[in-house]
Design a protein around this ligand. Structure first.
Ligand code: IPE
Ligand code: IPE
Ligand code: MG
Length: 247
């Protein structure tokens, strides 16, 4: 039987880090202060995942729809990314973290795109936590890109359409280098996916918390891990109680 009551740690954790703006508003601060506090929370979570032995962490940092926010907020967010890229990636490298950026890069400044490339190159050979940072990312964009890459191969005559299957399609998506997320966490109280990893979340355990992202600390993360450890993952199959007990 393939079910796993893991009792264990998720190998891949995917997070929608939501609630920065409300966190700031509660404190009568500008939204940007919430994003700064959110960056600190992200650092905490990355470090804790690495310490606990999580293999991959995917953070939703900026969605394809977030480009439609007021210009001022987008500009400040870009400044924050640029600063973090310069500083944090070197520190992550020192800790053996491998960094990848997933998403449509076209909208980002040349400096940011260069920073992303350099960060990926610098950390490519590391063997610690695989950190995927989703920027300018949309689940639908990812699926369309994968479909387009296959269509191109068919057009060029190097593939036949019958050759497309789930495995090949998965291999053309942004997260082809990691297994599907085991645990999804969304902070900030909303119960929705907001165009995050649509394909990859098919059998992921979904965890929602009302905590706002800047308040999400290592204890909150451990609570999510404990919740995950108590799940029965059935993948559509039937599990007899005795099989569960012996699993
Ligand atoms: C998430 O926090 C961060 C980004 C989307 C960049 P929000 O900015 O969405 O915070 P709320 O949801 O308005 O509180
Ligand atoms: C999702 O949060 C995107 C990120 C956290 C990067 P949003 O705040 O953009 O999502 P909605 O608008 O509440 O669905
Ligand atoms: Mg939000």
């Amino acid at each position: 039987m393939t079910t796993i009551r893991t009792g264990a740690l998720p190998a891949h954790v995917a997070v929608i880090m939501d609630g920065n703006g409300r966190w700031a508003k509660h404190r009568h601060l500008p939204r940007h202060a919430g994003h700064q506090a959110g960056l600190k929370a992200a650092r905490r979570v990355i470090e804790h995942c690495a310490e606990r032995g999580v293999k991959a962490l995917t953070l939703f940092t900026f969605s394809s729809e977030n480009w439609q926010r007021p210009q001022g907020e987008v500009t400040r967010l870009m400044e924050l990314f640029l600063n973090a890229l310069g500083k944090d990636v070197r520190e992550l490298h020192g800790n053996g973290v491998r960094v990848r950026f997933i998403g449509e890069r076209k909208g980002f400044s040349a400096g940011l795109q260069q920073g992303m490339r350099e960060g990926e190159t610098l950390t490519a050979a590391n063997t610690g936590l695989m950190l995927n940072i989703a920027v300018g990312y949309g689940g639908r964009w990812d699926i369309v890109e994968a479909a387009r890459s296959f269509a191109r191969e068919v057009e060029q005559g190097t593939r036949r359409s019958e050759e497309l299957d789930e495995q090949r399609f998965t291999g053309a998506l942004s997260l082809s280098h990691v297994t599907d997320p085991d645990l999804f966490i969304r902070t900030g109280g909303e119960r929705r996916i907001s165009n995050f990893l649509l394909w990859n979340l098919a059998y992921t355990e979904l965890y929602f918390t009302d905590l706002l992202w800047p308040d999400f600390d290592t204890r909150a993360l451990d609570e999510a891990f404990a919740w995950f450890g108590a799940r029965d993952r059935r993948y559509g199959q039937i599990v007899e109680p005795e099989e569960q007990a012996g699993a």
